[in-house]
Design a protein around this ligand. Structure first.
Ligand code: GKR
Ligand code: MG
Length: 425
């Protein structure tokens, strides 16, 4: 079996005005959809970042993959390294919150994007679910958490009607957001994105309100490294007992190590441990106790399994990080999480924030039931592309004008003096 053709299609889908440490989401989120076609008629699918620097690598890869055996993952790795070496690195304004789109992650993220498509193709050709290539499922469905965001009712420059979630600023509104998500999807755990302009005291008040409204739900808060060590310690004192884990309260391995040393609270990260080198340094400092994996920048599904094994070896918990994404990514996350025996917490996903009419797979949005995404017996990831939808979202990409995520510039439309400051509080 040889690869006959590779297609990389950039798409844009509507994204809510969600607040975070950098600023606010833009009206559209970008992704790329990858198709790898074999000479005997199989198709493998992948999904990755759609920001210009990532997209340029993915597109530059296309020709080099033609003729490659889709089982030759080492051949894929060599070709990615070659291509990246010949391209100029770009910079990305959203890179810190989407660490996989950072230029230093170009090889890992381009490899990941194609690795998923190659594995999907392999599994389809063998007539087995992709998870079987990862050693088989240790669970048939994977738990995800309700991922809450502070948000405005609509974008300052909204090109479309307001979303159905409304404003999410006050503790009451955040509890209502959680209730809607839990009612619709059955999530058992709750994560609150923090580190916003609203400030730590307000965000902790929302955690308190959530604790009261959902007395038994595991709770996490994620300020994306936007609080100083002193603020992180002060907030830990206020809410420590309410948290299942404290995610990236402050920047840096040293800061995280200090917060853990002085509070004893389990710290999770998708910011200070984003590759194996940082993992090694973190273990020496005991900076984090839970690593949030993400196959999009950890080097694909197999390297995510290696990361999980390393977490097991060093006594760390493992779960999963997410950025705005569609169903191909969700299913890839589900297959790898199903094959990780030591997955210790419900994974993150932005999926509920994406609109029902903006999916590129046949059948529309994937179901999340009782907070879980279930595997199926279908070969590969079990997904087929809806080409009409793909064309529509590609059209949206072409017309939306956004080429690189930049939550800072978007926030400056509300407040021209807004600047990146880490930590802000
Ligand atoms: O989408 O605003 C966002 C999030 O802040 C995202 O960019 C982060 O990467 O969800 C992520 C996280 O857990 O840090
Ligand atoms: Mg995080």
């Amino acid at each position: 079996m040889k690869i006959k053709q590779v297609r990389v299609t950039p798409i844009a889908f509507r994204d809510a005005p969600l607040l975070n440490a950098s600023g606010i989401h833009e009206p559209y989120a970008l992704r790329s959809i990858i198709e790898v076609e074999s000479d005997n008629g199989y198709l493998g699918l992948g999904e990755s970042y759609g920001d210009a620097p990532v997209l340029s690598v993915l597109q530059a890869m296309r020709e080099s993959l033609v003729g490659l055996d889709p089982f030759d993952l080492n051949g894929l790795r060599a070709r990615v390294a070659n291509t990246v070496a010949t391209l100029q690195p770009g910079c990305n304004g959203g890179a810190e919150l989407a660490p996989g789109s950072h230029p230093s992650k170009q090889v890992a993220n381009a490899y990941s994007a194609f690795e998923v498509a190659f594995l999907d193709l392999q599994a389809r050709a063998l007539g087995m679910p992709l998870v079987d290539l990862l050693g088989g499922a240790v669970r048939q469905s994977v738990p995800f958490s309700a991922y809450l965001f502070f948000k405005y009712a609509e974008h300052v420059d909204s090109p479309y009607a307001p979303d159905r979630w409304g404003e999410g600023i006050s503790p009451e509104q955040i509890v209502a957001q959680a209730r809607t998500m839990i009612d619709e999807y059955g999530f058992q755990s709750i994560k609150l994105k923090a580190g916003t302009l609203l400030g730590p005291e307000h965000e902790v008040a929302c955690i308190k309100a959530l604790r009261q409204a959902f007395p038994h739900a595991p709770l996490r808060i994620d300020p994306n490294g936007n609080w100083s060590v002193a603020t992180s310690l002060r907030m830990a004192e206020l809410m420590g007992d309410d948290l299942q884990y404290y995610e990236d309260p402050c920047p840096g391995l040293d800061g995280m190590a200090e917060v853990h040393r002085r509070t004893g609270i389990a710290l999770a990260t998708n910011m200070v441990v984003t590759d194996f080198d940082e993992f090694r340094r973190s273990v020496a400092l005991n900076s984090v106790q839970i690593v949030l994996a993400d196959h999009h920048y950890w080097g694909g599904l197999r390297d995510t399994q290696i990361l999980a094994r390393m977490c097991d070896t060093f006594g760390l918990g493992v779960s999963m990080h997410s950025n705005s994404h569609l169903g191909i990514s969700l299913m890839a996350m589900t297959h790898v999480a199903a094959a990780v025996p030591n997955l210790s917490y419900a994974c993150d996903t932005h999926y509920p924030w994406q609109e029902p009419d903006e999916e590129v797979i046949k059948g529309g949005k994937l179901p999340i039931v009782d907070g879980c995404v279930a595997l199926t017996d279908a070969p590969g990831l079990g997904l087929e592309l809806d080409y009409q939808q793909l064309a529509r979202l590609n059209e949206q990409y072409l017309s939306c004008g956004i080429r690189q995520r930049n939550d800072v510039i978007q926030m400056q439309k509300y407040d021209p003096d807004w600047k990146v400051m880490k930590p802000r509080f």
